[in-house]
Design a protein around this ligand. Structure first.
Ligand code: F6P
Length: 322
């Protein structure tokens, strides 16, 4: 029987556990022996590799994080450790790998593939949704719903206490989480690294809104410019004339019960990844665009810069048209 393994690399996301569950079930259904690699590439190097069974994945579909752990491995960037990783796979007779991670993990896998010929399929998994070639990465929906809950709660206190709140979302250099959250939670201001901003241009309009009865503001700031959050809060106080607070949402965005959408996407991503490997697609990433899945080369995914959807950017302009 052919042997196939799965590992999680980089920041964990809600949706990884449902993916692990389906990986075990679908591999067995396809006549493969499934293996787990614990702690990402670190575990691959240290031979933390075990055959997986139904028992390992019972009761995990509703859990955030990843039962097999994840890591950001510096060692995997070095050839000697990749050699060790290959030797470990050989010990177990594993010839195919499914990798849940971001573009950095896929770049690492591509080098590994070129050196040692281990077939792999990448599943885009990051709450940042910043991988070129796919409009959706596993975990994004859960993160957005966590942010929505937080924003709804903050709105309660903001409106009760007549305050402006500057709320930081994650996303590194990508404003996707902040932008979608602003559009779906009715924020008055959204600042992301992709769009230059000038606070002065909002002053007149915000003061006007206050005269017309507005007693709170929700401003969402993406991680890429989060170092400016305190200044933005100070601007609300001094220039707009409303008391302000900063809230950093932080790692709560990475955890929590996976949404139905992420569970379903996990199911589909894993099915396509395994099908692709069985059809000899040796070094691809399974991508999701316009409602459909396709296999893309690493060059199209891991070496190109992710661009935010222009439609979303236009909505942002409309929303903030002051
Ligand atoms: O890549 C996901 C992410 O949550 C980013 O949004 C964030 O910048 C980073 O990981 C945080 O990393 P760490 O958990 O190592 O602090």
């Amino acid at each position: 029987m052919k042997k196939i393994a799965i590992l999680c690399s980089g920041g964990d996301v809600s949706g990884m556990n449902p993916a692990l569950k389906h990986f075990v079930e679908y591999s067995i259904q396809k006549g493969l022996t499934p293996y787990f690699i614990y702690k990402g590439f670190e575990g691959l190097i240290d031979n933390k590799i075990k055959e997986a069974s139904y028992c390992d994945v019972a009761g995990i579909i509703n859990k955030g994080g990843t039962k097999i752990g994840s890591s950001r491995s510096q060692r995997f960037m070095q050839q000697e450790y990749r050699k060790q990783a290959k030797a470990n796979l050989e010990k177990h007779g594993i010839t195919m790998l499914v990798v849940l991670g971001g573009d950095g993990s896929f770049r690492g896998m591509e080098v590994f593939y070129k050196e040692h010929g281990v077939a792999f399929c990448g599943i885009p998994s990051t709450i940042d949704n910043d991988i070129a070639g796919t409009s959706y990465c596993l975990g994004v929906d859960t993160a957005l719903n966590i942010i929505r809950n937080a924003l709804d709660a903050i709105r309660d206190t903001a409106s009760s206490f007549s305050r402006a709140f500057v709320i930081e979302t994650m996303g590194r250099e990508c404003g996707y989480l902040a932008l979608v959250s602003a559009l779906t939670s009715g924020a008055e201001l959204c600042l992301i690294p992709e769009v230059p901003y000038d606070l002065k241009s909002y002053e007149k309009n915000f003061k006007e809104q206050m005269k017309n009865g507005r007693n709170y503001f929700i401003a969402i700031v993406s991680e890429g410019i989060a170092q400016e959050s305190k200044e933005i809060a100070a601007w609300f106080e001094k220039s707009v004339g409303m008391e302000a607070r900063v809230t950093v949402l932080g790692h709560i965005q990475r955890g929590g019960n996976p949404t139905v959408y992420d569970r379903l996407m996990a199911y589909k991503f894993v099915s396509h990844a395994i099908d692709g490997l069985l059809q000899d697609k040796d070094d691809a990433v399974i991508c999701f665009n316009d409602g459909g899945f396709s296999y893309k080369s690493i060059n199209k995914v891991a070496f190109e810069k992710y661009e935010l959807d222009y439609e979303l950017l236009n909505y942002l302009k409309d929303m903030q048209n002051v």
